[in-house]
Design a protein around this ligand. Sequence first.
Ligand code: UDX
Ligand code: UDX
Length: 459
Amino acid sequence: MKISIIGAGYVGLVTGVGLASVGHEVFCVDVNEEKVKKINSGISPIYEKDLDKLLKKASSKKLISATSDLKSAVLNSDITFITVPTPSQNDGGIDLSFIKKISHQIGIALLQKNKYHLIVVKSTVVPETTQDIVIPLIEKYSKKNVGQFGVCMNPEFLREGGAVYDFMNPDRIVIGQLDKKSGDKLAEVYKNFKTDILRTSLNNAEMIKYTNNALLATLISFSNEIANICQQTPGTDAFEVLKGVHLDKRFNPILNNKRVNPNFLTYLWPGCGFGGSCFPKDVKALAAFAKKKNYNPLILSAVLDVNKKQPLQLSSLAEKNLGTLENKKIAVLGLAFKPNTDDTRESPAISLIKELISKKAKVSVYDPIVNSNNIKSPLSGLNFKFANSLDDAIKGKDACLLVTSWQEFKNITPELLKNGTKNPLLIDGRGFFDKKEFEGKTNYLPIGKNINKKNIQTS
Ligand code: UDX
Ligand code: UDX
């Protein structure tokens, strides 16, 4: 099939390359000429594992191209996916300005087309967006009634850093459909993918995406709340507590004498907060949507409240143990919101760095990938410096705060920590280190564990 995709970002480009890989002819549309040029020269404008390889392969078969001309792409295709951003507004509500703009432009394009055309909303949009915003705009500008064109809502479940894998190996395909004809046409697009296909309403498809992300975010904030209670309770260790919970056979069944260990358990684990371009935005948008529907989302609000404060658990632990943060040399380990990505959007490290600076600490930051040359959302005006190696980050510090579980940080040893400073504090914001390696040899302090002063080995 001929498919146009409006918005060639993480979601749009991965979707385009994935569909071209199974034989569809794909036209990526983007306002960013730079991106258009790069895609047409077979170079991916974003880093995602295997994306470059698949893009080159699809390009060589002339199955993918890019343009900034939306109208021609729509007219030359049978199906159009919408994958433009749906960022947060200041009040946390969803910003649908790009969705509206693109729906308008697609409507104008369809004015000149008589053949049936399917529009598929893939951007993450709150329930009722497709039916109340996208369809009326396309009807208005195409001068056609819905039904003369088809509409589906097809949420994406792509994780950054694993987006190509997730697209090529879907665990489900959710097809929200205006009508059977629309749904059948979209199911045809995905016929090469062997997985569960759920056919449902447009609103349900929109709600499935938000519910999915909000549940994962809730698991994280729940685990962090347990950690914060443990931090106040001598003799408890939140990581031990959650390991105990992970053994509940309803969460972690025993099959043929082996534990299934479902992936969701890795979200039921304490940390210093969730980040990224999805969880924070999506939970805020769902909460704001609920309020618009005159429902007060108590749990979603609490998930956001816990998450907002969680990074500051690290700075308050450091302050408690150092007495003050003023003029203390602090290393923040990790800036990306999660390992194996260069994305710092809503990273917990950002609010932690701001807090440390406000307490007049001397902050250095080390991240294996993100540095002053490639940081995308610059931490403008923040007075900290980038360390250019792990050793450089740790040397001579009063405390090291681990925020992101980069594999490189496994190289940290008590000996390395003592390099240059008598006995720095290592605060583990992710339960990343093996405590047996550090306890008794250095001031190792994981979140979620109550270690009162007397247990801290004096230097
Ligand atoms: C975005 C949203 O963030 C996500 O919620 C939604 O599910 C899919 O789209 P992502 O692909 O990560 O996800 O966004 P981004 O990487 O910012 O890419 C969006 C692309 O759309 C950019 O390349 C941008 O140039 C392009 N764009 C944006 C258009 O082509 N036209 C527009 O009007 C706006
Ligand atoms: C998320 C969803 O996983 C994906 O299905 C959806 O399409 C987009 O949003 P993403 O934000 O890219 O994807 O990555 P994810 O790996 O889920 O990380 C989100 C947050 O959860 C991060 O802050 C990360 O630190 C945290 N996380 C992730 C955990 O706490 N545990 C994990 O095992 C994985």
